[in-house]
Design a protein around this ligand. Structure first.
Ligand SMILES: CC(C)(COP(=O)(O)OP(=O)(O)OC[C@H]1O[C@@H](n2cnc3c(N)ncnc32)[C@H](O)[C@@H]1OP(=O)(O)O)[C@@H](O)C(=O)NCCC(=O)NCCS
Length: 328
């Protein structure tokens, strides 16, 4: 059997901090409301010239360095993003050029905030099937460029960033042990960026109607997120032949502290076994889990052999979870 060891990890967040106090000056909101209802205190915003691809490259370089992998040895390069630099070419093609990953097959995967779980699933399959030896998976999003800073229901939630992991073939039973992916039919309109695609190509009308901005039915998304992430996490734990008490760390997508608290209760995990950094970055979409993985490793919360559960939920409405045995 071939497994996909997770041998490198890296992250990048832009320098510019947008605090709740800053947002108080832009929309009708308050630090108190944002902290109580979401757990977010500040988020990072991409600077001029920064894009999903440029941030992804920064995270990828760190991950490749850690793994000791030369970009020329990457076979497959997966970029999970719903905010590519442009519709064509893919963000992965831009990253490939910047990194010098000349042999890599580049592809984007779009599952919105669940994207990293999907990218990890795709990358793992390439390695486990014997097709590829080395895969780079990046989760990166620049949602600040698609937010309406007059809509307090969305603009307070999201930040920009990128995270990356390197997967390498091994005989040792490690890396992703189980995966669960899915989506709830007929919920696309609950969280969407309607304009700019083939349904509503960019035009003066789509601009007037603000179709290039994200819209969300927050309360509905919240309810679906709690249920889907809870069920999906329990499924990947069981599919890996484990029980929740054998999971040493849960990394949930960082969308709302109240969703994270509900997850912890559902799995009966004490909060010190649930990773939280939403206070500093907000919801970074496809980047949230790989960024959290890096910070959890840095904080000494992930040791070789530990069982880590990741779970995410986002536009679609999609969900994606995985049970991972930490490889290094
Ligand atoms: C968006 C979210 C934080 C809103 O919190 P909520 O508790 O559901 O709040 P509601 O939308 O019910 O709004 C409650 C009140 O707060 C108000 N409100 C909304 N945003 C506000 C803000 N930024 N500041 C102050 N008040 C705000 C609403 O207008 C509403 O006022 P009303 O009662 O007078 O009508 C929450 O629904 C959420 O996190 N949803 C999931 C989002 C998510 O995970 N999305 C991405 C998935 S990856």
């Amino acid at each position: 059997m071939t497994y996909a060891a997770l041998t490198g990890w890296g992250m990048y967040v832009p320098e510019r901090v947008l605090s709740n106090a800053d947002l108080e000056r832009i929309v009708d909101t308050s630090d108190e409301w944002i902290v109580q209802r979401t757990g977010i205190r500040e988020r990072r915003i991409a600077g001029p010239g920064e894009t999903s691809a440029t941030m992804g490259v920064r995270a990828a370089r760190q991950a490749l360095d850690r793994a000791g992998v030369d970009p020329r040895d990457i076979d497959i390069l997966v970029v999970a993003t719903s905010t590519p630099d442009q519709l064509m070419p893919s963000a992965a093609c831009v990253v490939q050029t910047e990194l010098g990953a000349v042999r890599a097959g580049p592809m984007d995967v779009n599952a919105a905030c669940s994207g990293f779980a999907y990218g990890l699933a795709v990358g793992t399959q390439f390695v486990r099937s014997g097709t590829s030896k080395t895969v780079l998976v990046i989760g990166t999003d620049t949602l600040s460029r698609f937010l309406n800073y007059q809509d307090r229901g969305t603009c307070i939630l999201f930040g920009d960033g990128a995270g990356a992991v390197v997967l390498q073939a091994t005989d040792e039973p490690t890396g992703v042990l189980s995966i669960d992916l899915g989506a709830i039919p007929n919920t696309g309109e609950m969280l969407e960026i309607p304009g700019g695609g083939s349904a509503h190509p960019a035009s003066p009308e789509t601009l007037d109607q603000k179709l290039h901005y994200m819209t969300m039915q927050g309360r509905e998304v919240f309810k679906h997120a709690v249920r889907a992430m809870g069920e999906s996490t329990l499924k990947v734990i069981a599919d890996a032949g484990l029980t929740p008490d054998q999971v040493s760390l849960l990394i949930p997508h960082q969308a709302n502290i109240r969703i994270i608290d509900a997850m912890a209760k559902r799995l009966e995990l004490p909060m010190h076994q649930v990773f939280v950094n939403i206070d500093r970055y907000g919801n970074t979409s496809a980047a949230s889990i790989p960024i959290a993985m890096c910070e959890a490793q840095e904080a000494g919360l992930l040791k070789r052999g530990d069982h880590l559960a990741i779970t995410a939920f986002g536009g679609g409405l999609t969900w994606g979870s995985a049970l991972i045995r930490w490889s290094v």
